[in-house]
Structures are given as C-alpha cells and as structure tokens.
Design a protein around this ligand. Structure first.
Ligand code: M6R
Length: 366
C-alpha cells in the first residue's frame, strides 16, 4: 500500500505532481483563460464585497493560510488576516456579516478549527472550507467550500495536503482578482499557464533527492536549525521548521529573514545550520545580504535557489535548485526540498517517520 516506498510520507511527497494536477483538474482551464469553481461562482458577491477575509487553521494548514494571505492581498487586493483557530475562538474576535471566513483543514476534523467556524457562523460571517477529506465535519459545517482532492494522506506529517491547499487558494485568488478587475487578460492568462507548469516543476524539484540525502547526512546530528525566508517564502520557512521538529525531533525555528537582527542572530555559530530560501524573485538581494550576515558569523548555509543561480552558490555551503516560476507560485516548489530533507534526517535518526511520538493525524480534541 506504500507503493514501493519505505514510508507513506515519502510516497506522499512523490505524489505531489499528481495531487496538484488533481486539485486543478476541471477548475483551471488555461487554454480558455478560465478558472471554474462552483463554490466561488455561487458566492462571488460575498467574496468581492467582503470587508476582509479571515483565515483560520492549525499547524501546516495555518502555514498554507499564511501563503494565501500573500496571494490574496497581492493578486486580489482583499485584506486578509490569518489566525490560529485555537486563539481566534477564545479571543472574543470582532466578526460581522461582511466578513468571509476561510477554514483550512486537511482532515476536516480539527476541533479548534471546527469551533472557530461555529463562532463565525453565529456572528453572521460567510464560512468557506478548504478540506481534503470529503464529507468531513468541517466540510459539512461550512456554507460552501472547495476540496483539495489530494487523495488520502496517511503520514502524520502533512505534505501533499499543504501544496494542494496552496493550489486551491491560488485558484480562488486568481478567480477573485479577475472578477474584481485587478488583472489584465494577458496577466491572467500568464498566471493560468504558469500554474499548469507547476506539476512538472515539482517533478523537477524532486530530482534533487540524492543531493538532499547527502546534505541530510551532514546535518542529521544537529541539535538546532534555523529556517529563513521572506515574502511568499516566509511561511515556507515556518513549514520547513515544523516538518523537521515533528518527525526528527530536532529543535528548529522558522523566521522572516529580516527578523534575524532583532534577536535570533545571536544564536549563530559554526554549529548552527541555517536553511535559507533564496529564489531569484522576491527580495533576492535582501536575502543575499541576510546570507552574508550569517556567513560572517560562521553559520552553515543551505540555500534553496533558482536554477542557474551563481551569487548564492558562491556564499552557501550547499545549494538546492528549484525551477524558475512566478514569485507567487514559488512556495509550491521551495517546499519540496525541505520536506525531503526532514524525511531523510528523520530516517537517518531512526525516527518513526509516519507516526512521530506524541502526535495524532487528526487533532479532534482541543
Ligand atoms: O487536519 P488539519 O489540516 O486541520 O490539521 C492541522 C494540523 O494538526 C496539522 O497540519 C499538523 O500540524 C501536521 N501534523 C503538520 O505536519
């Protein structure tokens, strides 16, 4: 049932090109310049007249929500707030019937996310679900929604659920951007065509697996790691750190790269591996200077770069390439090497990759 892979997690990492395709099948019609999603079409007025979108989720799904914040604000120009469901539900939040709440959940059973939905509904907000499990509690409790169609995710560490959540949320943002007139026809078509190339670019990113295994072997005995990114790739840094923590039990922190000088840079010495997402678009030069700051303090740098990059290659101890794409789509690629890296480190440390200690696949209690 693991399809020849040693673990479900690895199988699910490799399923991502297919899963992303399944997510946009019938929804992304690039040749016709269309995005079709019934849950959005039927509620278009609610979305485009919304005061703001509030995204609630937990864990990896919360990280997908953070990526969505960048996409929705950048492309569709709708204000977004991203909330941990567990904090939102107990905060006496200000919610009105002009708000749209998007709940993101792979399992559709997360207790805090479900409670946040119920609260928002009581206050009159329109609630939209992004779930993977069909017919789950969250799918039933929401007013409308879009499934990710990633297929069953068995590994406790979320992988394909994350990239397919980002795919669905990107489709929604693009459709809303079009409806609001934020995009020219040409720009819209450019996005749709590029999104269609993502599965093959994920495939290409997976080809770094052998190199990543070598890098994993170098850093497998670390006791701490840092993950840095900016813009669209800041949430990817958080996700990279979470993946390492939960399956390898190595302490890791994700930070927006520019926050380093406000504290965490004090941690840097020759024993600290720092994983930096430094793709060509999106604050590239600024990330390069962040890398220089780490290097001058003897930190070890493992950088995720765009194919053909020279500048970071000269500075970093290791580089892992991903294909070039539009800035807003880079998280779908930069996530892949970080998933593989955590996987290999966990295997080398003899950890139970698919069922890490103290964790459950769905968190049905608060
Ligand atoms: O099923 P959900 O997406 O609601 O689950 C949310 C989190 O519990 C989940 O993403 C968790 O953080 C994963 N183990 C991360 O890999």
């Amino acid at each position: 049932e693991k399809g020849g892979y040693d673990h479900f997690m690895l199988k699910e990492i490799y399923e991502q090109p297919r899963a992303i395709k399944d997510t946009y099948r019938g929804r992304l019609l690039a040749d016709q310049g269309l995005v079709k999603m019934s849950g959005i079409e039927q509620n278009m007025e609610k979305f485009i007249n919304a005061n703001r979108i509030i995204i609630v989720a937990c864990g990896t799904s919360w990280h997908a929500g953070l990526v969505a914040e960048y996409i929705f604000e950048d492309l569709a120009r709708i204000p977004v707030e991203v909330e941990y469901a567990s904090e939102f539900r107990y905060r006496n939040p200000v919610i009105t019937d002009k708000d749209v709440l998007i709940a993101i959940s792979q399992s559709g059973e997360t207790a805090d996310t479900l409670a946040a939905i119920k609260l928002a509904k009581e206050k009159g907000a329109f609630v939209f679900g992004v779930c993977n499990v069909v017919g789950s509690s969250i799918a039933r409790e929401t007013d409308a929604g879009a499934y990710t169609h990633a297929g069953p995710e068995i590994g406790v560490a979320s992988t394909k659920a994350f990239t397919t959540q980002i795919t669905v949320l990107t489709l929604i943002a693009l459709r809303l951007a079009k409806a609001k007139g934020e995009f020219s026809e040409t720009k819209y078509r450019e996005y749709l065509t590029e999104l269609e190339t993502i599965p093959s670019k994920v495939e290409k990113s997976l080809e770094s697996n052998a190199l990543i295994e070598i890098i994993a072997d170098v850093y497998k005995d670390s006791t701490n790691c840092l993950y840095l990114g900016r813009g669209y790739n800041f949430p990817v840094a958080l996700e990279g750190a979470l993946k390492l923590k939960e399956i390898s039990y190595i302490h890791a922190e994700g930070y927006p790269a520019a926050e380093m000088k406000h504290g965490p840079i004090a941690l840097i010495d020759e024993h600290m591996p720092v994983f930096v997402i430094a793709t060509k678009k999106g604050h590239y030069e600024k990330v390069v200077s962040n890398i220089q700051e780490i290097k001058s303090r003897k930190g070890k740098i493992i950088a995720i770069v765009t194919e053909g990059d020279e500048q970071v290659r000269d500075l970093a101890d290791h580089v892992i390439e991903v294909p070039e794409t539009l800035e807003s789509l880079t998280p779908l690629l930069t996530t892949i090497p970080l998933q593989l890296l955590s996987y290999h480190i966990a295997v080398m440390r003899g950890c139970n990759v698919d069922q890490p200690r103290n964790l459950a696949k769905s968190v049905t209690v608060e």
